[in-house]
Design a protein around this ligand. Structure first.
Ligand code: BTN
Length: 259
């Protein structure tokens, strides 16, 4: 029987981090852990405080999408107070922490699709939503929201089944969410603390992107572009080689890999 408790004690007990996950607040059900984390951050929560929900009733995705997070999945948000220059790197910290934790806990091979979707065998297993409040050159707070499909039977969710997967689906057995969360928090802190060291986190993220070198379609705002995903800049932007030979820098968007 897999240990599957997500109580604060189960997550923090013996967790060898300095601050991420040393304070954990768990809810049986929440609209969105990101919304709860933002409220806590505004009220002065300690850096590294984590909000966890067994299920979300109005989970938020990127680009105003909905995020499905039923029981059996992981939905959590981490409160941080980074320097402004680190803000674009939080997507790198989060997606690398998820990918390496999946590999460490399950041995499955995880890939990152620009900017921060984590895939297994080409299907989405995790979504990341970073929200922040910036005043001038000061970041009031940043929240890293992570939704990971752990023990989910995809047959129960036909709306996502064609493009999504879960750890239990890939492995044919349940996985300890507790072990996943603890690994995720430890990895996130290790990578976050490495940000002052320069480009190392950026390079690891770039080297894991499954997108680079591929023919892609990118939707960014109202526009759609087709081209080859040539590279990424150190601020996380995608550099897309267009059919006319020009290079386009895309700061935010959604990528579909073309066969
Ligand atoms: C995406 O791929 O569109 C991002 C999905 C992010 C979902 C997570 S689940 C925890 C946190 N709370 C939310 O409401 N959203 C994020």
């Amino acid at each position: 029987m897999v240990e599957d408790s997500l109580s604060p004690a189960a997550i923090t007990g013996g967790l060898s981090t300095r601050f991420i996950g040393q304070e954990v607040i768990c809810y049986p059900s929440l609209t969105s852990t990101n919304d709860a984390a933002k409220r806590r951050a505004k009220a002065g929560a300690k850096e590294g405080t984590v909000i966890v929900a067994e299920e979300q009733t109005a989970g938020k995705g990127r680009i105003k999408r909905r995020w499905l997070s039923p029981r059996g999945s992981i939905a959590l948000s981490i409160i941080l107070y980074p320097k402004l220059s680190y803000l674009p790197r939080l997507i790198m910290v989060a997606s690398l922490a998820v990918a390496s934790s999946i590999e460490r806990v399950t041995n499955l091979k995880a890939q990152i699709k620009w900017p921060n979707d984590v895939l297994i065998n080409g299907k989405k297993i995790c979504g990341i939503l970073i929200e922040s409040d910036v005043r001038g050159s000061r970041v009031d707070y940043a929240v890293i929201g992570i939704g990971l499909n752990v023990n989910i039977n995809l047959a129960d969710f036909p709306e996502i089944a064609p493009t999504a997967t879960s750890l239990s689906h890939e492995l044919g057995r349940n996985v300890s969410r507790r072990e996943m969360v603890r690994s995720l928090l430890a990895e996130a802190e290790r990578l976050y603390l490495a940000l002052p060291e320069g480009e190392a986190v950026f390079r690891q993220w770039r080297d894991r992107l499954v997108t680079l070198g591929q023919k892609v379609q990118v939707s960014s705002g109202e526009a759609t572009y087709k081209g080859v995903a040539e590279s990424v800049a150190s601020d996380g932007s995608l550099l897309l080689r267009l059919p006319d030979g020009n290079l386009l820098k895309i700061v935010a968007g959604d990528v579909t890999l073309r066969q």
